[in-house]
Design a protein around this ligand. Structure first.
Ligand SMILES: [Zn+2]
Ligand SMILES: [Zn+2]
Length: 345
């Protein structure tokens, strides 16, 4: 079968590899779609190296149909539409046992160290099958929409850390796919006003179509003035950092009201350092949280939100490529022109 194999940064080889067959406990999925993630771009640029294997098939946002069911597997049959939560947690470590499986010490991620979805077929490891990482989805939802359950599930995990309460004013810094998911989750959670800041006019327009109340171009407007104007001078209840620009952390601390909640959702560029005015956290009693991966529970919620049409995934897929053009697909995603790029094997 054809697959896009990550050799080293800058080298993704689309090549023939053996088609996997289902061993005991395993399920083989015929991949219908794999959407490209910012993480794939960072892996290719060599910016993300921790937990990344070599000679592994890339791609962790995927959906498709069951092709083959291994011995001793129950609950799946050939032809069923499925989506995979790619983080395989051990379910036994300190964190897994305390309800934080997304922070598992022994986590293995499909598309990072286990062969992923930029291929015609995917082998779902037995431990992922038995843990319930493979979800049976609604027949009527296309694979390319279902694949977005992965990034959405990570945003839902973030939301559970920063919380949005009814009538909150929420500031979303960045309107890429992640920012657009947080925008929609804030609206679903009952936010009274959502302010979205992004330099791209096209992305701001899209955020507006998805329901953002206030759109800001941070390159020509004074974001703090806009925020003050919309919050009686107080600042926002919640600020979510959705682009990995270190300076945004301090912006978020300054733009939140006393007792406000800040989520560093994006992984920061470079070494991840950001100089912040820590006294803002101290005097304003700010609550700063992070977010990493997602739990199976978040994935399940993401899938329901997509299947029921409560998250506008359809319009978020702006580019499509065949598997043979996986390299172009990642370049396109890196270029930042579109929102989400799907690879359809
Ligand atoms: Zn992703
Ligand atoms: Zn664990």
């Amino acid at each position: 079968m054809l697959a896009a194999v990550f050799r080293e940064p800058g080298n993704l080889e689309v090549t023939e590899v053996p088609t996997p067959e289902a061993g005991p406990g395993e399920v083989i999925v015929k991949v219908g779609a794999n959407t490209v993630c910012g993480t794939d771009v960072r892996i290719m640029k060599g910016e993300k190296t921790r937990g990344i294997g070599r000679d592994v098939i890339l791609g962790h946002e995927l959906a498709g149909h069951v092709a083959e069911v291994g011995r001793d597997v129950r609950g799946y049959r050939a032809g069923s539409p499925v989506v995979l939560a790619p983080a395989i947690s051990c379910l036994r470590c300190h964190y897994c046992r305390r309800g934080m499986e997304n922070l598992c010490l022994n986590k293995r991620i499909v598309g990072n160290v286990v062969d992923g979805g930029l291929a015609e077929y995917l082998r779902v490891p037995a431990e992922a099958v038995s843990a319930g990482n493979l979800f049976v989805a609604n027949e009527n939802v296309p694979s390319e929409h279902l694949a977005l359950a992965e990034p959405l599930s990570c945003c839902i995990n973030g939301l559970s850390n920063y919380r949005v309460e009814v009538d909150d004013t929420v500031l979303i810094l960045g309107a890429g796919p992640i920012g657009l998911f947080h925008l929609q989750l804030a609206l679903l959670s009952g936010a009274g006003k959502v302010i979205v800041s992004n330099p791209s006019e096209a992305r701001r327009r899209f955020a507006g179509e998805l329901g953002a109340h206030v759109l800001v171009d941070p390159t020509t407007e004074d974001l703090s003035e806009v925020v003050r104007g919309h919050t009686d001078g107080f600042g926002v209840d919640v600020a979510v950092i959705c682009i990995g620009l270190p300076a945004l952390v301090n912006d978020a601390l300054r733009l939140a009201r006393k007792g406000g909640r800040i989520n560093v959702f994006a992984g920061l560029a470079g070494a991840g350092w950001s100089e912040v005015e820590a006294n803002l956290i101290h005097y304003n009693e700010l609550v700063v949280t992070g977010a990493s991966d997602s739990k199976r529970e978040n994935y399940s919620t993401a899938l329901r939100l997509i299947e029921s049409g409560r998250i506008a995934v359809e319009r978020m897929i702006t580019h499509r490529f065949p598997l043979s053009q996986a390299v172009r697909a990642i370049d396109e995603s890196a270029g930042g022109e579109g929102i989400k790029v799907a690879v359809l094997p």
